[in-house]
Design a protein around this ligand. Sequence first.
Ligand code: FE2
Length: 291
Amino acid sequence: MSVSSQSDMEKMSKDFHENGFACMENFLSPEEVELLRAESHRLIREEALKEGIRNVFNYDCNLESNYFTESTKKTGFFYEKKAFDENGKLIVPEEQSVHKIGHAIHKTNPVFAAFTRSQKINNLYKAIGYREPKNVQSMVIFKNPRVGGEYMPHQDASFLCTSEPITLAGIWLALDDATKENGCLEFIPSSHKWPLARRNIRVVKDNGQVELIWTSSPKEYADNQFVLTPVRKGALVLIDGLVVHRSGPNLSENSRWVYAVHAYDKARCRFLNDNWLQVDDQDDKVTEPPK
Ligand code: FE2
C-alpha cells in the first residue's frame, strides 16, 4: 500500500479548502488499482449478466426508474445509451457497455467495502477535518471508449445534501489515466464558496411511487471558467460537495475507469431525508457475506 506523507496530506487539505478540490498522484499503489479493477471486471462478467436486463443510465437525471432508486442499497449495473443501436441491440463488447456500478458497493461488495473502510481512506477524511465521516454512496464509473458520455456542470451536494453546514466530500480514484481526450474532471476553482444552486429531491406520490425532481433549472457556466484536471492511474481527486465540476465524453480509444465514494460529516450535520439516496444505521454494515 503506498503511503502518503504528512506534508502531502497537508497540501491536499489546503488545496481542498482553498479550491474546492485537490489532486494527489500515486495515492493508490499499483496493487490497489489492480485489486479494484479486477473486482470491477468480475462484477461485470459474473453479476451484471445474471440480471438479464440492461438498465440504461440517464445523464439528464430524470431518474424515473425504480431500479435506480433501489440501487442505493445494492450493487446495481447501469449501461451506456451509446452502447446500443436504435433497435436496442448492443453494438460494443459487453465489458465496454457498462456506464457504472452503484450505488452501495462500499457495503455490499467485500472487496470495495474493505478498501473503503481502510485506514488510508479514514486518514483522508481526518486530514480534511471530518470527525465522523459516513460513507453514503459509491460507484465504479467506467466512461468506456467512444460510448462514455459527458457529465454536465453540477455540484454533488445537489444529489446528496446535508443540513447546514453542508459537508460532502467525494473521493475520486483514477483506475486509468484520465485525460482531456477520455473525459477527465474539470472544475471551477473556488466555486465551493458559492451557494448550492439547486437540488434533486425525492418525492413520494399519492400512489406510493417515488419520483425525483429538480428544484430549479440548471445554472449556466462559461467554458472558460473550467480548469481541466488530468491525472494518472492511481491518483486521488478529492471533491468538495459544493464545487462546480463537469467531465466531457470519452472520444478516445482509452477507457477512464474510476472508483468514487461520497461521505458527509455526521458530527456536524444531518443527511437530508428528501435526498434520492436514503441512509440508515445499517449503511455502515456489510450486507453480503464475503464470497
Ligand atoms: Fe460529480
